[in-house]
Write a protein that binds this ligand. Structure first.
Ligand SMILES: CC(=O)N[C@H]1[C@@H](OP(=O)(O)OP(=O)(O)OC[C@H]2O[C@@H](n3ccc(=O)[nH]c3=O)[C@H](O)[C@@H]2O)O[C@H](CO)[C@@H](O)[C@@H]1O
Ligand SMILES: C=C(OP(=O)(O)O)C(=O)O
Length: 430
């Protein structure tokens, strides 16, 4: 991944966090929504509560690269997109290979321009991350997919579609972006599409809500079987992006790891799924008051067993953060990562801070409590970055996290929001 300028986070640990924090809009909801906004051939889409993160900046650049007018109003957290004149089907590698959400532009390009050219797809390097459910689904709707080898061994994928026609589609496992992409491909196809084994994540439902407001006919969201009746056109609308449950989960864990007390505005216990129960078992107390979730941890942290799963199971994106918290729990914690096969590079970084973690394939054993001490560590991916911030908040002395771009991909104003809660943290750039 091209990193641009180097970003570092520098923390001094040992402070309990107190106060009120605003949960950002959801990264994994806004990215498919930006893809959806390109399907509206007239008008302007207005997305509110947009998180000011690097992935959104990349998505704005990518929308501009295919010809849309896209303006990110950062202070207002509002994105305005006019996609009336798309003129390029190419998702250029220099932008698209920096974030996973780039692939969510494909359905709009197929519908609007009849083809999409994918020079690269990015996202965190978490081991194998296939796209076969997407390609197979596009093919079943009538598209052709070909790969042309380019210099440096990277394949350029061409997807061509005349008229897409509804069909019966499935995901082998309920893929998050796979479901979103197949719904968008079906929304403007002729006739009816059934998607079996569709993802149930709240962001998928928020994406469906936006598409429905645009005029799409979608039913069955949240059941695993989604039916889409194709329509002729979608219109530009205004939509407020749901809060980010992973951002919320990280702040819950910031309270947990520092023994603090926080009010999280916009956090929902329901959206945390099994992660809320696991954190409760570790000693976190929750109190939901409308849209505000109060969290605190006073008792010693207890160890935990975690198995990652699709929603409402324990979110894989919260697996790294809970590994950091479990280092301080009194006993042995067991973590089984089922979604991605390369998400344990964090263990090596936490060991530099004094953690005792054994990794065996997709399983990790964390023995605690081990007091953490500050160290020079590296974010290998986005959630590795948030886990290292948590570890740094609890560590004695100074922690410096390099590769901070990863954290910036998915969390907005991390240093500012944590500082307001009493943490000592600064973001540095070269
Ligand atoms: C931009 C976005 O929304 N990213 C999220 C999305 O990623 P993403 O949508 O890429 O994750 P998926 O749900 O598709 O992937 C889950 C698993 O299915 C496999 N798979 C997926 C598609 C496919 O065509 N073939 C295949 O084999 C993947 O390799 C992985 O093992 O969901 C993940 C799992 O909740 C989250 O960690 C990411 O934050
Ligand atoms: C894996 C993640 O994101 P992406 O799919 O965008 O790489 C993540 O958000 O942790």
């Amino acid at each position: 991944m091209t990193m641009g300028h180097e970003v570092r986070y520098r923390l001094s640990g040992g402070r309990r966090l107190h106060g009120t924090v605003f949960v950002q809009g959801a990264k994994n909801a806004v990215l498919p929504m930006i893809g959806a906004s390109l399907m509206a051939a007239t008008g302007r889409t207005v997305l509110r509560n947009v998180p000011i993160i690097e992935d959104v900046r990349r998505a704005v650049e990518l929308a501009q690269a295919v010809g849309a007018k896209a303006e990110l109003h950062e202070a207002e957290r509002t994105l305005v997109i006019d996609a009336s004149r798309l003129d390029s089907p190419v998702l250029p590698a220099d932008i698209a290979s920096r974030f996973r959400g780039s692939f969510l532009f494909v359905p709009a390009l197929l519908h609007r321009l009849g083809e999409a050219v994918i020079e690269g797809v990015g996202g965190c390097n978490l081991g194998s991350r296939n796209l076969d459910f997407h390609y197979n689904g596009f093919k079943r709707l009538g598209a052709t997919v070909t790969e042309q080898m380019a210099g440096g061994g990277n394949g350029i994928i061409h997807i061509k579609a005349g008229d897409l026609r509804g069909g019966t589609l499935y995901c082998d496992t309920p893929s998050h972006t796979g479901t979103e992409n197949l719904i968008m491909a079906a929304a403007l196809a002729k006739g009816r599409t059934l998607i079996k084994n569709a993802a149930l994540e709240p962001e998928v439902l928020d994406h469906i809500a936006l598409l429905q407001a645009m005029g799409a006919r979608i039913s069955g969201g949240g059941t695993g079987f989604i039916t889409v009746e194709g329509v002729d056109a979608l219109s530009a609308v205004e939509h407020t992006v749901m809060p980010d449950r992973i951002d919320a989960g990280v702040f819950v864990m910031a309270a947990a790891i520092t023994g603090g007390e926080l009010n999280l505005v916009g956090a929902s216990l329901e959206h945390l799924g099994v992660a809320a129960d696991k954190l409760e078992q570790m000693g976190v107390e929750f109190h939901q008051q409308g849209a505000v979730l109060q969290v605190r941890r006073e008792r010693p942290l207890r160890p935990i067993n975690v198995i990652t799963d699709e929603y409402p199971g324990f979110a894989t994106d919260l697996q790294s953060p809970i590994m950091a918290v479990s280092c301080l729990a009194d006993g042995q914690s067991y973590i089984y990562e089922r979604i991605f096969d390369g998400r344990f590079k964090l263990a090596g970084e936490l060991r530099k801070m004094g953690a005792d973690i054994e990794v065996n394939g997709n399983r990790a054993k964390v023995s605690g409590p081990r007091p953490l001490r500050g160290a020079q560590v590296q974010a290998h991916d986005l959630r590795c970055g948030s886990a290292l911030v948590l570890a740094g908040l609890a560590a004695e002395g100074e922690t410096v996290i390099s590769n901070g771009y990863y954290l910036d991909r998915g969390h907005a104003h991390t240093a500012e929001r944590l500082s307001q809660l009493g943490a000592e943290i600064v973001r540095e750039t070269d």
